[in-house]
Design a protein around this ligand. Structure first.
Ligand SMILES: Cc1cc2nc3c(=O)[nH]c(=O)nc-3n(C[C@H](O)[C@H](O)[C@H](O)COP(=O)(O)OP(=O)(O)OC[C@H]3O[C@@H](n4cnc5c(N)ncnc54)[C@H](O)[C@@H]3O)c2cc1C
Ligand code: SF4
Length: 478
């Protein structure tokens, strides 16, 4: 009988790739997890129970064929595992690194539910595609035929890049416009290197260029070129601009110097620590936590990235203020644990009352308790009277979330329909907007979301757009 390689979850326990010790990882911006060795990846993949109805797959936004690539990995058929993995995911090695797997695939793994510990799906996904890159299996796209239609994509984040890749595979001429100097969007300038090293993103950018995608960088649409001009230049346009308007603190004193936006702080850090760029606000100390008492306000992924960046910059102390408790925070529990190991102090059930000093020197903190659930079902934080206390801080980082910019006004497109939250109104599954031939995807449609959802949108939109182009070509041919 052939050797049965799978279902080893009973005899083999769950094991993540080795994590560097907190003292070592606090000194640099390199990723904190090592790569699986081949034998370890095979062993961990072999724990999969090969369920008939794989919940991991249905809870992956890309519906990755996880059981199949785990089985291929367990049996050493890595090139085939890579082919299966990349068939549904444009950037598997990126998702493997930064998806909140505890909420998606791994959180719904059947052996996790039965108390054996989930298969380490993300780590194996990363391993497969990193190995593919090492072995030269990741090739630039060479379309079987070149089409004459052109598509302009505004925004080189994961959504825009996933759409560009799919369209290019079909031979469409694609130009991506971005206001930053480098592509990748938040993969490059939001998410820090300790979660996602930047050469992983840059090699994807190079690959897309080699595949014939044109990039127009340092080009702010609405400023350097109008939206109308882009529409004129291309047969179709995809808006993939993300959400960048920071939710502000409104308390007294919140306008003081030393109270900064998370996106500015993280962008400066990513430029300096990952690319060696010179950033004046970092050199002046404005966006540098070195030697400072840092307070980060917020409890999402952005707040987690800020606190851990501040530790690496050599802050004197780092506190994270969140108005709900640990169980109710939006950020990944795995990231909270990493942050705690690295020396971050979480101050749960707390909210700033006001700020004092110019530049900021201290803030008053109010304690909260969780009350009755609100309309969304989440318990609302309520103030505990008389619980105020004062905390010193000389750098306060606002990480309360992001909202969309007002694109219809900024781009002089009053016909571009938006929702009451200001996100672009787009058809589910295709991304079609109220403007003819204009699509929208990713965070600008969903609000602040996840990389894997932006990739899903990009792929779905490209498929719908190609169908439109094919239909138009067929009608013209008749
Ligand atoms: C700090 C931080 C950490 C995060 N961590 C995670 C994580 O660990 N895991 C995860 O899954 N998700 C994470 N996210 C969310 C994730 O990064 C986003 O959901 C995802 O990047 C959205 O992709 P997008 O393509 O829609 O937009 P973006 O990645 O935001 O890309 C949009 C691009 O459009 C460009 N652009 C905007 N306006 C214009 C214009 N007018 N003209 C030209 N170009 C323009 C921008 O420069 C940018 O490059 C994080 C977000 C932040 C802020
Ligand atoms: S893309 Fe994300 S959710 Fe899907 S299998 Fe990979 S890590 Fe899990």
């Amino acid at each position: 009988m052939a050797k049965q390689p799978m279902l080893k979850f009973v005899s083999v326990s769950r094991d993540m790739p080795e994590k560097r010790g907190a003292d070592a990882r606090n000194q640099d911006f390199d990723e904190i997890y090592a790569e699986f060795a081949a034998a370890k990846a095979e062993e961990q993949a072999s724990r999969c129970s090969q369920c008939g109805v794989p919940y991991c797959q249905s809870h992956c936004p890309l519906h990755n064929n996880i059981p199949d690539w785990l089985r291929l990995t367990a049996t050493g058929r890595l090139e085939e595992a890579y082919q299966v993995s990349q068939a549904t995911n444009t950037f598997p090695e990126i998702c493997g690194r930064i998806c909140p797997q505890d909420r998606l695939c791994e959180g719904n793994c059947v052996i996790e539910q039965s108390g054996h510990g989930t298969v380490t799906i993300g780590a194996v996904e990363k391993y497969i595609t990193d190995t593919a890159w090492e072995n030269g299996w990741v090739k630039p796209v060479t379309p079987a035929l070149e089409r004459k239609e052109s598509v302009g994509v505004i925004g080189a984040g994961p959504g825009g890049l996933a759409a560009a890749d799919m369209l290019r595979r079909a031979g469409v001429q694609v130009t991506v416009y971005d206001r930053y100097d480098r592509g990748g969007g938040l993969l490059t300038y939001g998410i820090p290197g300790f979660k996602l090293e930047k050469d992983v993103v840059m090699r994807r950018m190079e690959q897309l260029e080699k595949s014939g995608v044109s990039f127009v960088m340092n080009c702010n649409v609405g400023d350097d070129i109008t939206f109308a001009e882009i529409r004129e230049k291309h047969d179709r346009v995809i808006i993939a601009t993300g959400v960048y308007k920071t939710r502000e603190l409104t308390q007294d004193g919140a306008g003081a110097q030393g109270i900064v936006r998370a996106i500015d702080y993280l962008t400066a850090s990513n430029k300096v620590s990952n690319f060696g760029d010179t950033v004046a606000e970092f050199d002046s100390g404005e966006l540098n936590a070195k030697g400072k008492k840092v307070v980060v306000v917020g409890g999402g992924d952005t707040a987690m990235d800020c606190v851990r960046t501040a530790i690496r910059q050599g802050a004197e102390s780092v506190k994270c203020l969140y108005r709900r408790d640990r169980a109710n925070m939006p950020g990944s529990q795995r990231e909270v644990q990493n942050a705690e190991e690295e020396g971050v102090e979480f101050v749960w059930l707390s909210n700033p009352l006001d700020f004092a000093g110019e530049p900021v020197k201290q803030l008053t903190i109010q304690k909260m308790r969780l009350g009755a659930p609100d309309a969304s079902g989440r318990q609302s934080p309520e103030l505990i009277e008389g619980s105020d206390y004062v905390e010193e801080a000389d750098l306060v980082i606002k990480a309360l979330g992001f909202e969309p910019e007002d694109l219809p006004t900024l781009w002089d497109q009053p016909e571009l329909a938006v929702t009451r939250w200001g996100t672009i109104r787009a058809e589910f599954g295709t991304g079609k907007t109220s403007l003819d031939g204009v699509y929208a995807i990713g965070d600008i449609v969903r609000g602040a979301s996840l990389v894997v959802w932006a990739i899903r949108d990009g792929r779905d939109c490209a498929a719908a757009l190609l169908e439109d182009l094919n239909m138009k070509a067929a009608v013209a041919a008749e």
